[in-house]
Design a protein around this ligand. Sequence first.
Ligand SMILES: Cc1cc2nc3c(=O)[nH]c(=O)nc-3n(C[C@H](O)[C@H](O)[C@H](O)COP(=O)(O)OP(=O)(O)OC[C@H]3O[C@@H](n4cnc5c(N)ncnc54)[C@H](O)[C@@H]3O)c2cc1C
Length: 484
Amino acid sequence: MFTNRQLGGAAARGAAVAAPAPAHRRPASRRAAVRVAGFKGSYKVVIVGGGSAGATVASHYVRKLGPGQVAVIEPSHQHYYQPLWTLVGGGFKGIDESRRPMSDVLPAGADWIPASVSEFLPSDNRVSTSDGRTYEYDYLVVATGMQAKWGRVKGLPEALGDGAVVSNMSPRTAPMTYTAVRALRSGHALFTMPKGVVKCPGAAHKACYISEDHLRRAGRRPDVAVTLALAGDKIFGVPRYAATISALVADRGIDVRLNTNLVEVRGPQKEAVFEVLGQAGQAVGERVMKYDMLHVTPPQGPLDVVARSQLANEGGWVATDPETMQHTRYPNVFGIGDCAAVPTSKTAAAAAAQFLVLRDNLDSLMAGGGADGARYDGYSSCPLVTKRGACMMMEFGYGGKIMETFTPLGVVDQSKEDYLMWLVKTEALPWAYWNLMTKGYVPWGEYKNALKRLEAKPAAAAAPAAQQQQQGGGAQPAPEPTRR
Ligand SMILES: Cc1cc2nc3c(=O)[nH]c(=O)nc-3n(C[C@H](O)[C@H](O)[C@H](O)COP(=O)(O)OP(=O)(O)OC[C@H]3O[C@@H](n4cnc5c(N)ncnc54)[C@H](O)[C@@H]3O)c2cc1C
């Protein structure tokens, strides 16, 4: 059985501060490391969370403001590139490739406070930490990610890691997926996707398709039935990609069950219990499936410390304007990444795009301007690995708007599986993450933004003067995100 802490869940990391490793056990840094802060009670910018979004924001503001001005409050001594866990579960990468010491990833010049924020006090411009300290800020960036709620599925924490029940959603369990697939000789491989908001909605699909491909290559597919049980009522939310996925599952004989939500795992009996959902999402029945291997994507949600704070919206997420990334009530607070209440798929790719908007708007605010010049269009990306050597690079924004990078260049058709996109997912993106994004550079996002500005220019020139004025002189027309 695993505890939440062993699973590396954000909440677990947030609940208690891991003691720093003794100096002799700390991996050697390849560059000037961030310094663990002695106590200093006040900073120009405090960033809560040093994950994908927080590290990226920190790198920019250390460059802009210089040393001693930026604090990152982050309890974990490991930084993870979580998108790699799918490839770990598929046997293509080792878990160590997804992990670097936090001290190597956070920028030198930032003060790293290795503690969890235990309370947000935005009316006083302060946060409190688990070690009883309080930090003041001029500007706050909240980047705490989200948490997996393993205990929401009865029996799951006990069964997880028993050899049959696995999950790519934590660093502890991701390597077990490949072990379980390799050990499976016959029977039923079952993959689940829960109700509600999850990070990287493609992750459950990827686990299923990669595992199925492995069974096929190993010649065991005729003896193993494969089922993908999705709590949602569609195979995928964006129709252009749903069409390819539907054809893929039909072609590969994967049994897809919609409206089927995992509620219990009976580990000793190898039974998965599902509620069958009606049109309004209510339970209308129960289904029990036997399994020989079960890959679970657990229910997920905002962190408790965020949900109970004054920063939260009614759903518990950081109440973030979905276009500007600024908090809807506290102008000197910004939300970014998985914790932010922006209605798009929660991915590192989305966090990268949000960073460019947050950076422009917060820079402007610091200079005495407004915080609404840059607008987030909901860009997110999910590289859907479908088998060894194939990936469909899905890129979309608010309202499911297609926002592909490579298709317009005539390089590939991103609605199809492609080898080049596999190379992008397995090689180019991890490289770009460690060497560019976490250092505060997102050149692919700058490129896309420059293209959008170019496209907007002729339209703005043609528009009547009054309309131009209304749109801020050629700025992007705002998307129409639904607020939540
Ligand atoms: C299996 C899997 C596959 C994925 N695949 C992809 C993919 O292919 N492409 C893609 O773009 N994205 C993918 N993602 C999603 C992506 O990893 C996340 O969207 C991204 O990491 C979000 O960044 P973040 O900074 O918001 O959160 P995180 O990176 O989770 O960072 C949050 C940080 O906050 C810290 N924290 C928690 N509580 C506190 C507290 N109380 N005080 C201070 N700090 C705290 C945590 O320790 C953590 O370091 C995948 C995720 C998973 C799990």
